[in-house]
Every structure is written in C-alpha cells, then in structure tokens.
Design a protein around this ligand. Sequence first.
Ligand SMILES: NC(=O)c1ccc[n+]([C@@H]2O[C@H](COP(=O)([O-])OP(=O)(O)OC[C@H]3O[C@@H](n4cnc5c(N)ncnc54)[C@H](OP(=O)(O)O)[C@@H]3O)[C@@H](O)[C@H]2O)c1
Length: 147
Amino acid sequence: MALQLAHEAAARVIGTGRPGDRDTAQGLGADAFPDLESEKLEDVGEVDVVFDVIGGEILERSTAPVRPGGPLVTVAEPVTVHCRDGRAVFFVVEPDRNRLADLAQRLRDGRLKPIVGAVQPLAGAAAALSPAKRTPGKTIIRVAAAD
Ligand SMILES: NC(=O)c1ccc[n+]([C@@H]2O[C@H](COP(=O)([O-])OP(=O)(O)OC[C@H]3O[C@@H](n4cnc5c(N)ncnc54)[C@H](OP(=O)(O)O)[C@@H]3O)[C@@H](O)[C@H]2O)c1
C-alpha cells in the first residue's frame, strides 16, 4: 500500500522484500527491488525516506540508505536504532475518517490494489487472524453475506 501511494505521488520508489515478491512489487510501481535475502540495502544509494513494516534486523539494515536529515519511519516497533545523520521514528497510526474515506475511494477507483490472501466468514475470524496462521497478503473478514 505504501509503495503504491508513494508511486502515485510521483516518488521514485524502491521496494524490498523476499525474492519471490519482486514481480508483485514491480507490478505495483516499484522502480527497483533489492531483495532482502541476497542484496545489500547500502547498495541502493541515498534515499529521502525509509518506511519499515518489518522491524528487527531489517529495521537495523534499513538505516543505511537514509540521507542526512532524512527520516526512517517504522510502524513495526519502538525504535532502538540510530540513523547516521537522520532520525528514526516509530509511528502509530491514528484513525482518521477523511483519510480512510480517501483510501476507500482509491480502492474503488482501482488506484490502490490490495493483495487479498484469503476471505473468511466472521465466525472464522479468530482462527484466520491467529498469529500461528500465516496467510500471505491481507485476510478479509466477510461480515455480511454477499448479495
Ligand atoms: N504502528 C502502527 O500504527 C501499525 C499499524 C498497522 C500495522 N502495524 C504493524 O506493522 C507491521 C506490518 O503490518 P502489515 O499489516 O503490513 O503486515 P503484512 O501484511 O504481514 O506485511 C508485512 C510484509 O513484510 C514481509 N516480511 C516480514 N518479515 C520479512 C523478512 N524478514 N524479510 C522479508 N520480508 C518480510 C511479509 O512477507 P511474508 O508474508 O512473506 O512474511 C509481508 O509482505 C506489523 O508488525 C503490524 O503489527 C503497525
């Protein structure tokens, strides 16, 4: 989602992930895709912003390309890492009706494409979202029966 929003804002976007995610990321607008298993993030050069959703060792490695003064923003965990000349911040989302409505409109327009891994009925929500169950992409919980 972040990649698509950045791409639509005309940023040059470098996506990262597992090697098997390359085609998906490039199909959604990534201009480059260093895979996290075999490539160094240092090699991508300087970037204005790093956005991390993974944390841990990947978050540590993600400090390398941040340009002087640039931010690294993670949503994964409180930051304990330091950027050489930039700043690392932990961001916690706040519900915002207008922004959610804007995202919903982008989904309807097809400007934002979700990666749906599974659709489950409400009764199966707890099992479907259990940390033990690993489903790639987003899991949709169907609350009402489809027409
Ligand atoms: N701070 C906030 O306000 C906020 C808001 C929403 C979410 N979060 C947190 O943000 C994190 C991400 O949420 P999400 O909904 O985006 O999760 P997600 O849909 O599971 O996306 C995480 C992505 O990172 C990949 N990934 C995980 N570990 C990896 C690794 N070691 N190497 C390469 N790729 C890896 C996953 O790939 P695989 O599927 O192949 O593992 C998946 O594509 C979670 O920790 C969530 O709790 C925080």
